[in-house]
Design a protein around this ligand. Structure first.
Ligand code: GH3
Ligand code: MG
Ligand code: MG
Ligand code: MG
Length: 288
């Protein structure tokens, strides 16, 4: 596990690190709680925070709370508060402030390792649940809800004058694919198109039956149009394994570029209108 430890004493940090690193943990030690919080905010890979309650300049309970807020959405972060004053008031306050566990200082090696095994069990389970909640089982792409959430986050992170584009993709006459070749071959077609979208390098999601979205942060509509045209040709070249030989398909694409202040729903709506125009224009085409 990647573990952030915060304690005012360098000696204490050294002792705890000495207990953890031989067990294969990666330790990031801080005497300054503000620096620890910045590190936590910047490094999503951190699995656990072990903080003394007696830290500065952000007090231990406040640090637990701030770290919990960071982790709230979809990030498993196990927080262990630590104090040399092991009384029920300290323990209650720490758990109420977002800590998952409490240990007295100095912790024994056995206790620390046992608590971290419990932490690993819980964060592993949490990570798996998050993955299941975000993933479309047929294609492995993000599901609609996760795609929308990630897209919203991408627009919030976007720097000034930095473009962002959305490509909507819909398989053409897909009902005919199902009707002619069967639902199982239809599923293979959905998976094959999804695999092409996953290679593009943006945020790819399955938005509905045979409809997908690829968000391209940092890319203008001009670039997104090039990406979509390359995808269009790759989809057209796919050979899906049917019961009586290979099945071919085509896709239509609608593109929108994000304008400042717009919502993700607005962006999706405009791409959807473009996609409708691509269908009306005869399909197997890209409209911006
Ligand atoms: P268009 O070119 O206008 O997009 O025509 P279309 O036939 O693709 O249009 P429509 O969106 O109406 O049809 C989508 C079909 O996709 C209908 C539905 O039965 C099928 N479908 C939805 N989800 C799945 C799935 O998971 N697997 C399979 N095999 N088919 C699905
Ligand atoms: Mg349709
Ligand atoms: Mg379709
Ligand atoms: Mg459709």
């Amino acid at each position: 596990m990647h573990i952030v430890i915060v304690d005012p004493s360098r000696v204490a940090l050294k002792v705890i690190s000495g207990l953890l690193t031989p067990n294969g943990h990666f330790v990031h030690a801080f005497t300054d709680s503000r620096e620890a919080l910045v590190f936590l905010a910047d490094n999503e890979f951190v699995d656990a925070l072990i903080t003394s309650l007696e830290v500065q300049p952000i007090a231990g309970l406040e640090l637990c709370w701030q770290a919990r807020l960071l982790a709230e959405t979809r990030r498993p972060l196990y927080i262990i508060a630590m104090s040399s004053l092991h009384n029920t008031r300290n323990l209650g306050e720490a758990l109420d402030s977002g800590a998952d566990d409490f240990i007295s200082k100095p912790p024994s090696a056995e206790e620390l390792h046992a608590r971290l095994r419990a932490a690993q069990r819980l964060t592993g389970l949490q990570r798996e649940l998050i993955r299941l909640a975000e993933t479309d089982p047929l294609t492995g792409l993000l599901n609609r809800r996760a795609f929308t959430t990630r897209s919203r986050e991408a627009t919030e992170r976007l720097g000034p004058h930095s473009p962002l584009s959305l490509v909507l993709v819909d398989i053409d006459h897909f009902k005919a694919v199902n009707d002619t070749h069967g639902h199982d071959v239809g599923d293979l077609a959905i998976q094959a198109v999804a695999a092409e979208l996953a290679k593009v390098g943006g945020i790819a999601g399955r938005l509905g039956g045979e409809e997908f979205g690829v968000l391209l942060p940092g890319q203008s509509a001009i670039h997104a149009t090039e990406v979509a045209n390359a995808l269009r040709l790759r989809c057209q070249a796919l050979l899906i394994k049917g019961h009586r030989g290979p099945v071919r398909l085509t896709c239509s694409f609608g593109i929108s570029e994000w304008s400042d202040g717009e919502t993700v729903e607005g962006l999706l709506k405009r791409a959807d209108i473009a996609l409708y125009d691509a269908k009306a224009a005869g399909r197997n085409s890209v409209v911006t």
